[in-house]
Design a protein around this ligand. Sequence first.
Ligand code: NAD
Ligand code: TDX
Length: 327
Amino acid sequence: MLVTGGAGFIGANFVHLVEKQWPDCEVTVIDKLTYAGNRANLAGCRAKFVEGDITDTALVDSLVKDTDVIVHFAAESHNDNSLHDPSPFITTNIMGTFVLLEAARKHSVYLHHVSTDEVFGDLEIGAPTKFTESTAYAPSSPYSASKASSDHLVRAWARSFGLQVTVSNCSNNYGPYQHIEKFIPRQITNILSGRTPKLYGTGEQVRDWIHVEDHNLAVLEILARGRFGETYNIGADQKDINNREVIELICELMDIPGQYELVADRPGHDQRYAMDASKLRKELGWRPRYTDLRAGLIDTIAWYRENTAWWQDAKEKVESTYAAQGQ
Ligand code: NAD
Ligand code: TDX
């Protein structure tokens, strides 16, 4: 198995899980080690590690030649960064996916593409609607537009060239090894480092939080029993919870109730995401293990508390970048 982006948040959790669940599977990771990638995320893993860029055609070809399946996580993944410099999002998310698809086509290798709920745009706050696999694409940010573009490429390679592919679109993940630029770990590490948690706008926006392990267990089910050419939505069916409620829960769990600050909103901020994952549940029998966000957050807070060395060096830089943006 070739795992792209395996030194990032979800990819690294995935490699740990594969090695536990499928001990006979030989894993190779290709990762560029951008600011978001960290070799330490793979400590204790047996996987072969290749530091490299998925846009490097010769390198990708040499790795794909020797693999049975590609699980494609590598991406620029942060919306806020895409608003300040979209360029690496276009290069990695679109061109990188193209390079992988061409190598997969040349060597007839199955590719699973890891994508996001953001390709569907957003939903109205308070509405009962959810995204299904057939919801029309309407991405809002350079990040989500680049992911939408990559999804289209993957499906075109299946239809035009008969490439064996599956696609998954998942909602917001949380859990260990998530970069501290992202909402939940940013607030946890703000509190652990004596800073005030920061809420964009007034925090009305709704995200459909899922624990990273549940996302990755769903990807394993798709790899094992998913149908080629199909797309599967992944989401944990959370009741709607907005960012203000999440930050208040984190503050409460970390003993600083109500002590957070309102900062500049994100331009073009998507209002609400909600995933209908009934296809995955019905076809593949997947069920989330973390059904209680509070319990998942307690575990996640404990992880960041116990692993200060993992995030401390990056904290100052992340916060000074946000401060320069008024966030
Ligand atoms: P991340 O930013 O934590 O990790 C991305 C990894 O990709 C890093 O290790 C980075 O070094 C690597 N990378 C970036 N550019 C590369 C390149 N050109 N070549 C090789 N490696 C490169 O991201 P994440 O949150 O783990 O997201 C992983 C995937 O899951 C992405 O495709 C993302 O769109 C998707 N996704 C994320 C979420 C979420 O909530 N985080 C939800 C749904 C889908
Ligand atoms: O400090 C913050 N304060 C805040 O209120 C940050 C960093 C974010 N927010 C808000 C913005 C969003 O409404 O919290 C919400 C979550 O923000 P992010 O963690 O940046 O996630 P989001 O933009 O929703 O995208 C995430 O989920 C889908 C991932 O980063 C994507 O990679 C994934 O595709």
